[in-house]
Write a new protein. Structure first.
Lengths: 252, 769
């Protein structure tokens, strides 16, 4: 058991509780945040948009869809089927710092906190789906040393062999605006029909849940979704750690 | 997770509990819980061999307690006539107000409970703490209780390591005051403080004074006993125990004052460290105040040393220290409640601190009620229903108004001799408010539910329900928690209605009758007579104002059996030793009807009792020869009186009962003449159990009557060493010759006859001498 917070390294005090007294809980599974850090995370309770998983209080939606999703559906370039997304937390200031420490400063252990939580969400939101983490470009993987999405998907028995990154988006998504993002990801991914040493995947029987760290516009996930849909996959969903897109979140 | 230190101490306590009570419900439950609380540690380290640690601690707790018990014993023989001893604790007036009682310690440090007759003129205690006295006294061992659920005075003294009581001849008392130590001086300060608060010119409110004395000095004796019972029944008695609340208030005020006097925080803390222990003595040294003050001190010391200690660790450390010094404290209900509730509130902290002030207050009360319910039910046999409501009003009233006033008045009294009128007026108004609120709640029917002494399985249910509901409440599953608690409540409440045995209990009320019949499944509860102080006792000033021997035995018995209603109160005849306490009984329990012999004129004593019963709204029915009734499979016939009897004893209602095929004959105080008439009238008198007439007097239980009844067991309610010489040797011989088993209250204590499957079995409460 970790006795220190994985993010701020403060000592975690054993919480007194009746459940703990009677022995049914107590040890947090493996890694943990201290109560302070945990308190600064903003879990998404109810979703306001059933499609992209935007938090309920963000903006008023029409028929359970947020304005973004409606716009997407009306756009001529929009694909026929959408990727439904659910996220664990809002992308608030604190989550921004956590992700920065995780991805850019290489604190891969942070995934141990979130992987079980994503797995739990996956069991309710995408039961029976095959988890596919969004792959990194090889040079980025080399630079970072790990795929942040694969580590987050650890609890979902991910298959990294079904999807490859064929093209690179020059530079990071985080540095682009909405339209640039949408344009940049087109044609970057390809589905792999056969992994070495395994039998051919019959796409038609498959349901896939994509795993990634952050959902902003959904461009990446949507373009991957289209790749899979074209292969005949029945349904593609997405699980992400954080849901961005609300200015209010960043400010808080 | 529970930190290791409290866990170890819990394990120690379960070892100690097993030493006291064996492997019964509470110790085993405590043992299991401390085992379970270790589970997270096991999971963490994945080594089962770690379990050896709690096991060793458990064994140590067990053997330490066992060793402590063997260490005790008296060095006195009981033959001593002159005693030289030092007064250890302040003397206080007993409830009759006629005697002072106090604890003296001999030179070998053996404690003796001493009684000294009070002087009518002076309200000052005859001896002050620290004085050494010589006196002539006869040492006696306190008697064990002779009735089920009776107050165990001997056990109470034993827990204080006292083996002897002594009644002092005041003429022989001579005391000298040789160098009282610091403790003695503090105890004297306390005595003076209480005196100034409650008597003489400086006490300016009769209503407020006893309450203020309880709040500041932890002195409860001055509060009316009936009032104390109301506090208990409404679950607010904790307000009268000096505890965390009081200590926090006092130390907070002191700290603030010291800072104002330009001391630094560190200096102020040191000052608190030096002065607060004195308050333990001033407040009477109850476990709750000791706990509270020591907690404060531990926090200050740890802060000074630069360590952090958690509340639960501090509290358990103090429990350990106190139990090491005296393991018997664990048997003290005040100790149990004080530490249990404190620990529970610390564990529930996250839930408690959520919400506004009023919600928090309610949550604290609910938590405290739940955790103390098993303790209270096991020891007081009742559960306070209105506790949450009573606490919601009384806690703010005490903490915000009465407690500050009490300390201010005590402070001013100590400095200037007496406090200004207006302060007293305020205190008096607040005390009156408290009293009227108490009265109001206590008048609500069902403010407290008498559940009866729990069986082992019922106690397990309660322990389980309390634990589970605390876990559920923590997870905000309130409905499930309430459901579980109410289910257990009703299971306990209604369980007597499923008992298929009948029980007939002859209680020991001294020289007098009181017999309780409980029919199977509570079909009918019949009380035959109520006992009562003999008239010559009522004249004795030493005994006036004290509860009668009848009610003293009947009230705890009804409570212990969980009896909430008497269907028939049968008063055999109008003599003090049979109807004396009828009035008090009717005030404790609802009575459906009273049967009284239908012979005129009614005796003076009888009139008094009947008038009181009538005032309580109890219907009174005349009982005479020929009446009969049937309840379930039991039937009752009245064989006497016929209406023309002249002697009061001969007017006694005689009842023949057939309870599940076992026949009983209850004869009141009838004498030879009536016995003869019963025999001659050819009444079917045959009975298995005979309640012998007139306490075994020679005037009754004649040869022909005995032959006609032909009992196999005889019940004789009779007072030890009574002035009439009952029971007569001759009657006893007659019974023995007729091969009858004799059961008598003077030597056997209460006697219970259990009827089961058409057979009966008698059991004595005391081991027959």
């Amino acid at each position: 058991m970790n006795t220190h917070c994985l993010y701020c390294d403060a000592r975690i005090e054993a919480e007194l509780s009746w459940a703990g007294l009677f022995g049914f809980c107590g040890v947090q599974a493996g890694a943990a945040f201290c109560a302070d850090c945990r308190g600064r995370l903003a879990p998404i309770g109810a979703v306001g948009c059933t499609l992209c998983g935007r938090p309920a209080d963000a903006e008023r939606a029409e028929g359970g869809r947020c304005r973004d999703c409606v716009r997407w559906e009306r756009a001529p370039s929009g694909g026929e089927k959408r990727v439904q997304n659910r996220s664990l937390y809002r992308y608030n200031g604190f989550m921004q710092e956590v992700l920065a420490q995780y991805k850019y400063r290489g604190d891969a252990a942070l995934a141990e906190v979130f992987a079980p939580e994503l797995a739990r969400l996956g069991r309710s939101f995408a039961r029976g789906y095959t988890a596919v983490p969004v792959p990194l470009a090889p040079d980025r993987l080399l630079e970072r040393g790990f795929n942040q999405a694969a580590l987050l998907a650890a609890g979902l028995r991910p298959r990294e062999d079904l999807l490859v990154r064929t093209g690179t988006t020059a530079g990071k998504q985080s540095k682009r605006g909405r339209n640039a993002r949408l344009a940049s990801v087109a044609g970057c991914f390809a589905a792999k029909a056969q992994a070495p040493g395994e039998e051919t995947v019959s796409w038609g029987e498959l349901k896939i849940v994509l795993v990634d760290d952050l959902y902003t516009t959904g461009a990446t996930l949507q373009s991957i979704g289209e790749v899979f849909y074209q292969k005949g996959v029945k349904d593609v969903r997405a699980l992400t750690l954080a849901r961005a897109g609300d200015v209010a979140d960043i400010d808080s | 997770m529970i930190p290791l230190l409290p866990l170890m101490i819990m394990t120690w306590i379960s070892g100690s509990l097993v030493a006291f009570f064996g492997y019964s419900a509470a110790p085993v439950f405590f043992m299991i819980v401390s085992g379970l609380a270790f589970v997270p540690y096991l999971r963490e380290h994945k080594r089962l061999s770690l379990m050896i640690v709690p096991f060793i601690i458990f064994i140590c707790g067990f053997f330490y307690t066992e060793w402590d018990m063997t260490r005790q014993g008296s060095a006195l023989t009981g033959q001593e006539t002159f005693v030289e001893a030092r007064l250890d604790e302040s003397m206080s007036l007993t409830s009759s107000g006629r005697r002072w009682s106090g604890v003296f310690a001999t030179e070998d440090n053996e404690k003796i409970a001493v009684f000294i007759k009070a002087d009518d003129q002076s309200s000052k205690a005859p001896v002050r703490p620290g004085e050494t006295c010589r006196f002539e006294a006869e040492l006696t061992k306190p008697d064990p209780p002779s009735n089920p659920y009776g107050f165990d005075y001997a056990g109470y003294l034993l827990r204080e390591n006292i083996y002897w009581t002594a009644t002092v001849n005041p003429d022989t008392l001579s005391c000298i005051d040789k160098n009282p130590n610091m403790m003695d001086r503090l105890k004297r300060m306390r005595e003076t403080g209480i005196e100034k608060m409650t008597s003489g010119k400086s006490a300016r409110s009769e209503e407020a004074a006893p309450l203020l004395a309880a709040l500041v000095f932890g002195e409860r004796q001055l509060i009316d006993e009936a009032r104390l019972n109301q506090y208990q029944a409404l679950g607010v008695i904790h307000l009268l125990a000096v505890s965390g609340l009081h200590v926090a208030f006092l130390s907070g005020a002191l700290y603030y004052l010291l800072l104002r006097l330009t001391l630094t925080r560190e200096q102020a803390e040191t000052a608190l460290l030096a002065t607060m222990p004195l308050y333990i003595v001033i407040a009477g040294g109850a476990p709750s105040v000791t706990r509270a003050v020591l907690t404060l001190m531990i926090f200050i010391v740890f802060k000074k040393l630069g360590f952090r200690i958690k509340g639960i660790e501090a509290v358990s450390l103090i429990a350990a220290l106190l139990l090491l010094s005296d393991p018997q404290l664990l048997l003290h209900m005040g100790f149990q409640l004080s530490f249990l509730t404190t620990a529970a509130l610390l564990i529930s902290k996250n839930w408690l601190t959520d919400g506004n002030r009023i919600q928090q207050l309610l949550k604290v009360t609910v938590t405290a009620q739940i955790v103390s319910a098993p303790v209270l039910i096991a020891q007081t046999y009742e559960l306070s229903i209105l506790a949450v409501c009573a606490n919601a009003v009384m806690v703010p009233l005490v903490t915000l108004i009465l407690l500050p006033l009490a300390f201010i008045i005590a402070g001013i009294n100590a400095l200037f001799g007496q406090s200004p009128e207006w302060l007293w007026a305020l205190a008096s108004a607040a005390a009156k408010m408290m009293d009227s609120f108490l009265e109001m709640l206590a008048s609500v029917p069902w403010h407290a539910a008498v559940l009866g002494a729990p069986d082992e399985w019922q106690l397990i249910l309660w322990l389980f329900a309390a634990s589970l509901s605390l876990v559920l409440i923590e997870r905000k599953k309130y409905v499930t928690a309430i459901l579980i608690l109410t289910t257990v409540f009703f299971v306990h409440f209604f369980s007597p209605f499923f008992n298929s045995d009948a029980r007939i209990t002859m209680l020991d009320v001294g020289q007098g009758d009181a017999i309780l019949i409980e029919l199977p499944r509570r079909e009918e509860i019949i009380l035959i007579d109520t006992g009562g102080a003999p008239v010559f006792d009522a004249d004795d000033p030493e005994k006036s104002g004290v509860k009668g021997p009848g009610i003293r035995a009947i009230e705890p018995f009804l409570r212990g059996e969980g009896i909430r209603r008497i269907d028939t109160l049968l008063l055999t005849h109008g003599h003090q030793d049979h109807v004396g306490d009828a009035c008090d009984v009717s005030k404790t329990v609802r009575i459906e009807r009273v049967l009284y012999p239908a012979v005129l004129p009614v005796s003076e004593t009888g009139k008094e009792a009947l008038a009181c019963l009538q005032e309580q709204g109890v219907p009174i029915e005349p009982g005479k020869y020929g009446q009969k009734w049937q309840t379930g499979s039991s039937s009752f016939r009245l064989l006497n009186p016929q209406g023309d009897e002249l002697e009061e004893n001969d007017r006694s209602i005689v009842m023949a009962a057939a309870i599940e095929d076992v026949r009983f004959l209850f004869t009141g105080d009838i004498e030879e003449e009536i016995e003869q008439r019963l025999v001659e009238d050819d009444e079917p008198l045959k009975a298995d159990v005979l309640k012998v007439g007139h306490h075994g007097s020679l005037s009754s239980t004649t040869e022909p009557f005995l032959t006609a009844v032909d009992p196999s067991a005889a019940l004789i309610p009779v007072g030890e060493g009574n002035r009439y010489g009952h029971p007569s040797e001759e009657v006893l011989n007659r019974l023995t010759d007729a091969d009858v088993d004799i059961y008598r209250t003077d030597t056997d204590g209460a006697v219970t006859v259990t009827v089961k499957d058409g057979r009966f079995q008698a059991e004595t409460y005391l081991e027959t001498k």
